[in-house]
Design a protein around this ligand. Structure first.
Ligand code: XMP
Length: 521
């Protein structure tokens, strides 16, 4: 494996992704890792990420100098080059104007890192500091107008570094440089493929679980479904999937989940019909946070009620993914990734109940999880399911929830999805891109707590409106309302009003996030 030493949150993730895209397994480690810890991990190569700090700032992250003496090849980017330089006795200074964005780079001399790439190439720069004197034994292998040391190396010790960012797509030959390092310099083999991932994961689950049983809360979402599919492959009916049907999923979803995990995958599937209980608990409750709390608490009650009746269950499987681990660690340690898993504290085990956790996806990024799902044979509608809030439709009904409102929202939402699914599919066919980069990222209907006057036939109506919400986003942190074609909005509007009793109006939400949020509650 390759380890990516992270000097500043997002940088490490992007590099790890690029390495994995080249079919080499990579993992992110915090920059306070010691040489002994690195030795114990025995990586085949090390990459130092960029980072936001200046190497001379008081609180600038440093690196255990011995890491550079382990004989393991190291490649540093940006801050990673600067930290390598100062640690080995070189110097870093301010450039006069900094350098941001694409920059023309000129190579000098021979370098295995740049093998088979042109003498002049465009790279992505983002820095004010830069190496002003390379450490002893190093040579300069490229420069730009602003930056005399755009890259440096000591080939004898297999230490390489660039001031620019090869992990950024705008660096024309970034991927080639990374491949030259991994395959040419480090001699790695690109064997981290979907087949090998599945094989390894299945073996690891079998080894850990043995003859015991594992319980999993199946929500219908991507992560828990992939855990279930993987579990089915590894341990079959030793895996008990508990699907708590709270009645707040979208139209048809509970049936789809049940069909997939009873007909297609061989697991022990238990559907708990908790619809009435949830409606009773939610009756008269209009505060969104209170709704969330009730729904979350009740899920665990239902789940443990089933769990306590089963014999021989030793493990609780969870669909925790790699960013959850990195982020929960980052929250605890103020920036540096660590292995603390704060989300585990969120499981409210009842008195006297304990399970060991098993988290087969905790080393995968979201789109790797999707690829895994596809490779395991999960249907597209699960693998490419849009983000859907845990509290489900309860937070898309503004105000209190009842059976009638749920029915109205489910029917309207089904039409919204049908029309926008078809539109999105056309966009996908045209662009070939799905998920975070696809054009419409999330779309749904919201039922507000008001009525308005309308006229249908000769009759005056006083009925509900439906709000259409459709957004474009990369990560849900920010979002923009989707510029849907008018004809599409018109078709959704006339269908909803014609087909859903009790609805006489459709409005489109044209607010971005911020200042609004994606959901209405
Ligand atoms: P907001 O509304 O905060 O939503 O802009 C951002 C993303 O998160 C989803 N979301 C939730 N997911 N539990 C969840 O699991 C929740 O309570 C919840 N609230 C919002 C939302 O659908 C969007 O993708």
């Amino acid at each position: 494996r390759v380890i990516v030493v992270d000097f500043g949150a997002q940088y490490g993730q992007l590099i790890a992704r690029r390495v994995r895209d080249l079919h080499v397994y990579s993992e992110i480690v915090p920059c306070d890792i010691t040489a002994d810890e690195v030795r114990a991990m025995a990586p085949a190569a090390i990459i130092f990420s960029g980072g936001p700090a200046s190497v001379y700032a008081d609180d600038a992250p440093s690196i255990d100098p011995e890491i550079l003496e382990l004989g393991i090849p190291v490649l540093g980017f940006c801050y990673g080059q600067q930290i390598m330089a100062v640690t080995l006795g070189g110097e870093v200074g301010h450039t006069e104007k900094g350098e941001y964005g694409p920059a023309p780079l000129t190579r000098c001399g021979e370098s295995a890192l740049f093998a088979d790439t042109p003498g002049e190439q465009t790279v992505w720069m983002s820095h004010r500091d830069a190496v002003s004197r390379v450490p002893e034994g190093f040579t300069v292998t490229s420069s730009t107008d602003v930056c005399p040391v755009a890259s440096m190396e000591c080939a004898e010790r297999r230490l390489y570094a660039t001031q620019f960012h090869p992990e950024v797509r705008h660096t024309a030959f970034g991927n080639e440089l990374l491949a030259n390092f991994l395959f040419g310099i480090c001699g790695l083999v690109p064997d981290w493929t979907m087949d090998s991932i599945i094989e390894d994961s299945v073996a690891a689950i079998r080894e850990k679980v043995g003859e015991d049983r594992v319980i999993l809360g199946l929500s219908g979402g991507v992560d828990s479904s992939v855990v279930a599919a993987l579990g089915a492959r590894a341990i079959g009916r030793q895996l008990v999937c508990v699907f708590v049907d709270h009645g707040l999923l979208r139209k048809g979803e509970p049936e789809e989940v049940e069909a997939v995990f009873t007909e297609q995958f061989d697991v022990d599937f238990i559907r708990v019909d908790a619809r009435e209980r949830y409606l009773e608990l939610l009756a008269g409750v209009s505060d969104p946070e209170e709704k969330r709390r009730i729904i979350g608490t009740q899920f665990w009650k239902e789940f443990f009620a089933v769990a306590q009746q089963l014999d021989g269950v030793k493990y609780l499987a969870q669909g925790t993914i790699y960013p959850d681990i990195i982020e929960s660690g980052a929250r605890k340690t103020g920036g540096k990734a660590s292995t603390i898993k704060s989300h585990h504290n969120l499981i409210p085990f009842p008195e006297g109940v304990s399970f060991e956790l098993i988290e087969p996806l905790d080393h995968f990024f979201k789109d790797e999880v999707r690829a895994l799902g596809t490779a395991l044979g999960l249907p597209d509608h699960i693998v490419h399911r849009q983000p859907f809030p845990g509290p489900g439709l309860a937070i898309r009904i503004i105000g209190d929830v009842d059976a009638e409102k749920l029915e109205v929202l489910k029917s309207a939402d089904a039409i919204v999805r049908e029309e926008l699914d078809a539109y999105n599919e056309r966009l996908f066919q045209e662009t070939g891109v799905r998920d975070s980069e696809r054009s419409v990222w999330q779309y749904f209907a919201v039922l507000p707590d008001i009525r308005s006057v309308g006229v249908m036939g000769d009759e005056r109506t006083y009925a509900r409106p439906i709000i259409l919400r459709a957004v474009e986003s990369q990560d849900a942190m920010t979002a923009d309302w989707a510029r849907l074609p008018y004809e599409l909005i018109a078709r959704v509007s006339s269908r909803v009003v014609a087909e859903v009793p009790g609805v006489n109006r459709v409005v489109y939400d044209v607010t971005s996030k911020p200042p609004a949020t994606v959901e209405w509650e």
